[in-house]
Design a binder for this molecule. Sequence first.
Ligand SMILES: NC(=O)c1ccc[n+]([C@@H]2O[C@H](COP(=O)([O-])OP(=O)(O)OC[C@H]3O[C@@H](n4cnc5c(N)ncnc54)[C@H](OP(=O)(O)O)[C@@H]3O)[C@@H](O)[C@H]2O)c1
Length: 260
Amino acid sequence: MLRLGFVGTGTLAAAVIDGLQETQGTRCRILVSPRSEAVSRALAERHPNVERAASNAEVVEGADVVFLGVRPPQLEEGTAGLPFRAGQTVVSFLAGVPHALVAEKVAPAVAVRVNPLPPIRLRKGPVVMYPDNPVVAELFGGLGDLIVASKESDLANIAIASALMSSHFALQNRMIGWLVSRDMAGDSAAAYVRSMFAGLAAIGLDALAKGETVDPAHHETPGGLNWRGRQFLTGEGWFDDVERALDAIEAHSLRLKSGG
Ligand SMILES: NC(=O)c1ccc[n+]([C@@H]2O[C@H](COP(=O)([O-])OP(=O)(O)OC[C@H]3O[C@@H](n4cnc5c(N)ncnc54)[C@H](OP(=O)(O)O)[C@@H]3O)[C@@H](O)[C@H]2O)c1
């Protein structure tokens, strides 16, 4: 029986634990740190294999794989004096914290950075890992699409690209609102738009699995409605704005890192 431990039992840890129940539930026992009392108690009530530990030290002592789910500024306080040991694997969820710093805090355990996104709760979406680690790859198998980053800077860049997630929902909501303004029932409009994007996402992943790219021109008829839509948005600079937004988010993030 694999023993998993969570130091920092917040939003992401809860989503991962819920997801793991589906894929590893019968194969693992999970110890969670007592902080964030409501979340840790709810997890222990919801899942028979989840237990609330008395302290962070108890979590680390009792786990083969430890997950760090505290926020970046809480790394020092959350790991200080904990009995990490050789042969143990520590999965860090901490965004923007250099790998070398986490590795130093959890030595002699082996540190691995994993970046899941909220859809992991539904066992969907990308899970980025750095560096490659077979124990962690097996744990996250079935919890989404596992992507092994070849270098640490990829993690910083995917964080920037992921900053358009909420804009994706804003786009969907505008489309739904437009349909409603044309007198379509709200629930039907939402079902249509959200299902359409889910179907398109499935086409993209299918193409990826076949080693193909997705060419927008293959998803429109010249002179047709989709062609018109893309021509209009291209002419308005909408796709250039997407790149400009990512550049602006990157610049902001670099300013924060340099203390500016
Ligand atoms: N949320 C996401 O989608 C996402 C995606 C990728 C990466 N991440 C990373 O995942 C980490 C967690 O994010 P989150 O959204 O889950 O944050 P969160 O909900 O604030 O969870 C942080 C948890 O850490 C606990 N904590 C703080 N100090 C602690 C300590 N010394 N010992 C034990 N527990 C302590 C907090 O407990 P209290 O409530 O009692 O303070 C809270 O339960 C962050 O580092 C973030 O960068 C998150």
